[in-house]
Design a protein around this ligand. Structure first.
Ligand code: TNX
Length: 509
């Protein structure tokens, strides 16, 4: 009798913490609908199989791979199974990117109309397993998935993250690590800021000095680092992201933020004189020469080469903080450049200032302001433009959490987790209808980001707040719920060695 009593106690205390069972709703970002079934828990064992139809095979393989390190199980991929199974298949009738996940005692069923939905469903399933699943070494414990049914779908079609490779270059391997992390939270666009006053970070064959000079060592802020992506690096990133259902958007910032290009090619400046290289953090002092034809040859070559290696629909042409470009010149520039983007098969995308141009048409505008009313945005939206919401005082991941945060900037104010979470993308701009909002994006500018640890510290957990605003239904928006789910997610990051900010607003477990 004594032995029988002792055994369950031993099992219950296995692992570093006494574990509370995971609920079907313990997911980041919050799922749209969940109906728990306490009798339907499913247990993954070495005998579990993963079955998938041809079109679901790739995601099924990703699931098997995700489960392998911590469970030690080499789960078999099969076409059909009679035993305990996690079954993945496509079927019509689900919203784009949406999925249904049903967990019963004898099987788990994941269904979506497109593979992207299956992939997002897999991200949910991973979070329904105990946090030890994140370990890269075998953990001895029970792998139980809580029973019930989830119907999930995104609120917005666009859920983005931006990484600035210009102020401090980050290697392709670091970008891949970031892709791994953001894909957990159903982010589906990665915007790469590839050029700025300090450096030029993407190879352009027809203008080779851009990276030879602008990507040289010492071109980071403060004379740090430097470097650039080769075309192969870039193509490989596009592929790596696509495997995680993330679309890469390249940005070349113009007509401002071009000092590095002019150091490499002085003919891009109106006086034809190369400016001195700049590695300080000031903005708004450089401009392409709007009246020179050379400028448009340059711009079209860059757009063409970028478009050629970018399968996604958008090409971002910057357009922000052009204090060195007179207003009339700015409009003249955009009248030439925005059509060039369309000519090369892409939808023009820019910071919201491009909304001043009648040529913006149905372009995508990234709103980074803090105001509730912006006349240039209103006009552009009335003419058919769509908006991605990146208000600096909510979504800028490079802002400090509080005055004590090491690194980060503070011009848009300190942003603690609740500030990043507690706003509504549809309701921010007074005169913009909800139908014009395509989604949200969390930009991470890199003036103060010297290494990958700096990226993790500023991005997490705030990126998750923006991911939830982008994915979860407005009616589920609830700080207490978000805060509780984030608190339990912390132990997953610990196991993944992600150096996140232990915000005092969250009870981390
Ligand atoms: C503003 S907002 C910028 C960037 C800086 C950032 C720093 C916007 C479109 N441009 O040039 O890196 O602030 O937070």
């Amino acid at each position: 009798v004594a032995l029988l009593l002792v055994l369950p106690l031993v099992t219950a205390s296995a692992g570093p913490h006494p574990t509370r069972p995971i609920a079907l709703t313990d997911v980041l970002p919050a799922v749209a609908e969940a109906a728990p079934d306490p009798g339907g828990d499913f247990r993954i064992t070495a005998d579990t199989e993963i079955s998938a139809t041809e079109s679901a095979l790739a995601v099924a393989g990703q699931l098997a791979e995700a489960l392998r390190p911590a469970t030690g199980f080499d789960l078999r991929l099969v076409r059909a199974s009679r035993g305990p199974v996690i079954d993945l298949a496509l079927e019509p009738g689900h919203p784009d990117e949406g999925y249904r996940l049903e967990v019963r005692q004898d099987r788990v069923e994941l269904r979506a109309t497109y593979p992207a939905g299956l992939f997002f469903g897999v991200q949910t399933l991973r979070q329904l397993l105990p946090p030890e699943i994140e370990s890269d070494t075998v953990q001895r414990r029970r792998w139980t998935v809580p029973g019930g049914r989830i119907h999930d779908r995104p609120r917005y079609a666009y859920r983005g993250a931006m990484l600035d490779l210009a102020r401090h270059f980050h290697t392709a391997a670091e970008v891949r690590a970031y892709i791994d992390q953001i894909s957990r939270f159903k982010i589906n666009y990665l915007h790469l800021h590839l050029s700025d006053d300090q450096g030029w970070r993407i190879r352009i064959d027809s203008w080779p000095r851009l990276t030879e000079v602008g990507g040289a060592p010492g071109t980071g802020v403060g004379g740090d680092g430097g470097g650039f992506l080769t075309k192969d690096d870039y193509r490989e990133l596009v592929r790596y992201a696509a495997e995680r259902y993330i679309t890469v958007i390249p940005e070349i910032d113009m007509p401002g933020h071009v000092n590095a290009a002019q150091v490499a090619y002085p003919e891009l400046a109106c006086d034809g004189v190369a400016p001195r290289p700049r590695t300080d953090m000031r903005v708004g002092y450089s401009s392409l020469c709007v009246r020179e034809e050379t400028t448009y040859r340059f711009v079209e070559d860059v757009i063409r080469e970028l478009a050629e290696m970018t399968p996604g629909p958008y090409l971002h042409v910057g357009g922000d903080e052009t204090f060195a470009t007179p207003h009339g010149s700015y409009l003249a520039f955009q009248r030439r450049v925005l059509p060039l983007v369309r000519k090369h098969g892409k939808i023009p995308y820019g910071w919201h200032e491009i909304g001043q141009s009648p040529a913006a048409g149905d372009a995508l505008l990234q709103f980074w302001g803090r105001e509730r009313d912006n006349p240039m945005v209103n006009t552009a939206v009335a003419a058919g433009a769509k908006l991605v919401m990146s208000p600096a005082n909510r979504t800028y991941l490079d802002m400090k959490y509080d005055s004590l945060t090491p690194g980060g900037l503070d011009w848009a104010g300190a942003i603690e987790v609740r500030t990043a979470y507690d706003w509504d993308p549809d309701g921010l701009l007074a005169d913009v209808p909800a139908t014009a909002i395509l989604g949200v994006e969390a930009p991470l500018w890199s003036e103060t980001l010297r290494d990958y640890a700096d990226i993790e510290f500023l991005a997490f957990p705030r990126l998750v707040a923006i991911a939830e605003l982008g994915w979860s239904p407005a009616r589920s928006h609830d700080w207490e719920s978000f805060r509780a789910r984030l608190g339990t997610y912390g132990s997953r990051w610990v196991r993944q060695d992600v150096g996140f900010h232990r915000s005092p607003q969250i009870r981390w477990s």
